[in-house]
Design a protein around this ligand. Structure first.
Ligand SMILES: C[S@@+](CC[C@H](N)C(=O)[O-])C[C@H]1O[C@@H](n2cnc3c(N)ncnc32)[C@H](O)[C@@H]1O
Length: 355
């Protein structure tokens, strides 16, 4: 049970507690204390205050040691990150990170600590010459969309299913005023924290929260991204309506999803595994995805990119040593998945909420 405590009762030496009279007297996961401190004052008024009130409990559930037995190991990895010079911060480069160089021993320590957070799926990153060559060339997706979306300068952005926040950094680099990424996978939140340990940017947060846990009606974001999430949802229309309800009037949705070829009625329901993933429910054609967006209440729907995922874009690397796309495709026919379904093909669509 929570109780409110007066500021005088709070000890500044207790890093797990918060320093505001409005804060709940519960412990927070240590890596999310700084997020709470920033958001509790930034979101104190207006519609975001409703979400703010839920954050402490969401943080505790999202990084609960009882639920996630690997947390102590990941925390140790972060504790072992060596000091680096942090002058040359790069948010606008394909390899997000910091330039500069450090002695080989420091790089070895950095490598070991970051490998404690394996597998690294989204990136790439580079820290003082150490290239974190992730499974995905997420920068390629960014290149495909960056010039086709409304400029992010000054916008409040929500990135739903942001993974370790690679694209969140690119959004901040694109001038967004505030970037909120949400992802329920705790390892990805800790990977974000490893980068934030060095990049130390205000106004960017990756929170261990699902889209469904955010207050349903929260029309405050100027741009909402949902990339790589739609096909994981059993009810795609519910997902789209939920995204719409996070957009401010005049705001833009950027939707990226697996698709199949075909006319605007074409839909694949894998009914089992798809490219070895067990939780893929519906793959529309780009035209059907556009129709879904219109049905969900969006206007100015545009398909800005469609293409097959290449073996260069998603592959096994020293930073992600498990199976990757090459192992998910039919060895005799790379046009098919191992289950005999059309190989992964992805589309990016934009849509707007009329003012
Ligand atoms: C395929 S990854 C996409 C990552 C990144 N957006 C990208 O495009 O590279 C999908 C991510 O969505 C997250 N996810 C799954 N269900 C979600 C939900 N209901 N709300 C928010 N994120 C979710 C997963 O944890 C995973 O990190």
């Amino acid at each position: 049970m929570r109780r409110l405590v007066p500021v005088s009762e709070l000890r500044v030496t207790d890093r797990y507690r918060m320093t505001s009279s409005a804060a709940p007297a519960t412990k927070l996961p240590p890596e999310l204390v700084s997020d709470w401190q920033a958001l509790e004052s930034r979101w104190i008024d207006g519609p975001l205050s409703e979400w703010r009130a839920l954050l402490p409990e969401q943080f505790n559930t999202g990084l609960s040691p009882a639920r996630y037995g690997d947390l102590p190991r990941w925390r140790e990895a972060i504790a072992n990150l060596p000091p680096l010079p942090t002058a040359g911060i790069q948010l606008n480069a394909a390899r997000v990170g910091i330039s500069g160089s450090v002695p080989t021993e420091t790089l070895d320590t950095l490598h070991t600590a970051l490998m404690g957070l394996h597998p690294w799926r989204k990136g790439p990153f580079e820290l003082c010459g150490l290239h974190v060559d992730t499974e995905w060339r997420s920068d390629w997706k960014w290149e495909r969309l960056a010039g086709a979306i409304a400029p992010l300068r000054g916008r409040r952005v929500l990135d739903v299913g942001c993974g370790n926040g690679y694209h969140c950094w690119r959004m901040l680099g694109g001038g967004a005023a505030e970037v909120i990424g949400v992802d329920p996978t705790p390892l990805f939140v800790l990977q974000f924290k490893a980068l934030q340990h060095y990049l130390r940017q205000q106004c960017i947060h990756v929170l261990p929260v699902t889209l469904e846990a955010i207050p349903a009606h929260l029309p405050v974001f100027d741009t909402v991204f949902s990339m790589g999430v739609l096909y994981h949802r059993r009810n795609p229309m519910e997902h789209l309506v939920s995204l719409r309800n996070k957009l401010a009037p005049g705001g833009q949705l950027v939707l990226e999803t697996l698709v199949i070829e075909g006319d605007e009625n074409a839909l694949l329901e894998p009914n089992g595994r798809y490219a070895r993933m067990g939780n893929v429910w519906q793959l529309p054609s780009p035209g059907l995805a556009a129709r879904w967006l219109a049905q969900a209440g969006f206007s100015r729907v545009e398909i800005i990119d469609v293409g097959q995922t290449s073996l260069e874009e998603q592959r096994r690397t020293p930073w992600m040593t498990f199976h990757s796309l090459a192992q998910f495709l039919d060895p005799d026919n790379p046009g098919l998945t191992i289950e005999g379904l059309p190989a992964p093909r992805r589309a990016i669509l934009t849509a707007e909420l009329l003012p």
